[in-house]
Design a protein around this ligand. Sequence first.
Ligand code: ZN
Length: 359
Amino acid sequence: MLMLVAVGFLLYKAGYERFFGPTNPGNPHENEPVEAGDPDKGDMGGQPEVPDEDLTEEQLALFRPNELGKIPIIMYHAIGDTEGEWQRSRDNFRADLQRFYDLGYSLIPLNDYLRGQISAPAGRAPLILTFDDATAGQFNMIQSETDGEWIPDPDSAVGMLLEFERSHPEFGHAATFFIDFPAPFGDAKRVEENLTFLIENGMEIGNHTYNHKNLQSASPDVVVQEIGSLANKVRELCGYETLSLALPYGGYPKTDDGLASGEWEGQPYTNLGVLLVGAEPAPSPYSSKFSPLAIPRIRGSQEELDKWLGNFERYPETRFVSDGQASTVTIREGEQDKLDPSRIEGLKVVTYDLSPTSK
Ligand SMILES: [Zn+2]
């Protein structure tokens, strides 16, 4: 098994470098300007630009893309010295990153998933990291002892993520932080600086309501106020639009009014997706099972990670594997009826025979 994984990885590496690497003199896209993307996107979360060309038969056989498969969205809370019910230890978090990488995952931004624009490197499986509650262990900045410059604490999740990516560039560093106020990341004095650093470095800020409010029994007005005041605050501080919502305590309001969009104090907000607390991998964003207002996550605990990552190892055909191209949806032959037509508008659908006997 290990051998197969190693061989698979080498094949992947060879294919990846041949096709996308900087040493390839034949890459016709190499010197073209980067296409204008979303202004709120900044850097790409560490992922390389991918040329928009059809994959060859050989590449399909090598990468085995499956863009109707499921995607793990991991939900972390505190990151600290010890492991606990709502806390992952730093050592375990570092081990998680290595495990995700070794299992063939690369990080993608949550908003790319919600928009259905997935561009993980070809042959790799997208995985999304989310962090709730904005604790200091997730992210804080310290002053460098050498020149006094503010840098991410290397022992915070952001510091560990950026460090890991330096030696594993195709893993990326995309992550979404669902914040609330008054002191995101435990630091009321540097809110603007902290959020700006994350945004400028390709990470996302998500909405966790202004007061970390359980919306389960909240009136519709309170739902809009809690979501809208957080969105307005982040916009006012950083000019950034939050586009996703994680419900505190998983508390779902009586109706979904005001979740996808609303207006507070004259300012509109939009959530492309609403994330739940638990309890399984999320459907492909192209699938008819995709439900933007109820997106499941997997708790970042040992037990839940073992369970769901283990499931994907046992049933690899259930996992989303990227074709490397945001504008193409590559699926198995005969599965076209599982696509949601409204989710693939403007995208090219490619089908191929994924059966193990095909060459
Ligand atoms: Zn929370």
